[in-house]
Design a protein around this ligand. Sequence first.
Ligand code: SAM
Length: 321
Amino acid sequence: MGIYGKEDCAPSLQGLKRTRLGVTSALTGWLSGKTDTLLTLIANYGREREKRLLTQTLSLPALKGRISRAALMNEQDSTHFGYQTVPKAEKAQKVAEVFHSVASSYDLMNDLMSLGIHRLWKRYTVEMAGVRSGQKILDLAGGTGDLALAFSRKIGQEGSVVLADINASMLAMGRNKLLDRGACSNIEFVQANAECLPFASNTFDLVTIAFGLRNVTDKDAALRSMYDVLKPGGRLLVLEFSKPVSSPLARIYDAYSFSILPALGELIAHDAGSYRYLAESIRMHPNQDTLRQMMQKAGFERTDYHNLTGGIVALHRGFKS
Ligand code: SAM
């Protein structure tokens, strides 16, 4: 694990803030291999004197570099990449590496990991979308195109679906799959970042984002951007992993996520790390009520959510007035 979140370190923060013990425990921790965590704590919460003492005493250029890097990572500049705290500017690249790595085995892994249940979650999403012939739909972070395919069959030739994704490898997998299914006549493929969508305001009747929001660095900006491109009266559906509603289910799910998922990732995609990120990113994602509030803050009205499979996944819905 990399740098811990602030909450995980609350007791040591007090020590670092107020006493010289901060430096002592930092050095001890450094020697025991928790350098990044402690340097970040010192950079963010230590006194100037502690920072100076640490660099001067050790006089290690590499360590100085790490301290100044950690010092840059205050709350505004940093974000989560799974359980790691990383500079915001680096998250998109790290997420891109994950999806470049898993793109070719993405569909197979989805079926294996969820025992096919992701198909039911997506079917429910399509039902809740209530699309009609002739509508314009944006499937954002659309990846390999399961939702785009289902919508393209419902809207007919007068309608159109835009499958947008930031990642070229995922888009290529999606385009090839939909071409193979003969479903491309009313689908466009666009490489775009959810945070700043390249579409005119008031363009779409429906925007969907399935298992994508979790990976976006600035989720508030993405929600505002989705709101902007929706037509008045249009709806947003966010299908995303969420928080299980019962503790026994959460415990089983945790055990599954942190042992079986990475092992399956290693076996099928030869990449345990990306599937560890999947498990971690789910835990760091806002819970049902927080996401609902974020949608309201972005301007959405009549927001609600439906827990699926005991809250392992939730479908959030909101409307533009
Ligand atoms: N929606 C598809 C599905 O449900 O199977 C794919 C979901 S996949 C877990 C997440 C997708 O989000 C990836 O294809 C990834 O490239 C995309 N993504 C991540 N960050 C993004 C961003 N900032 N803007 C647009 N797409 C993004």
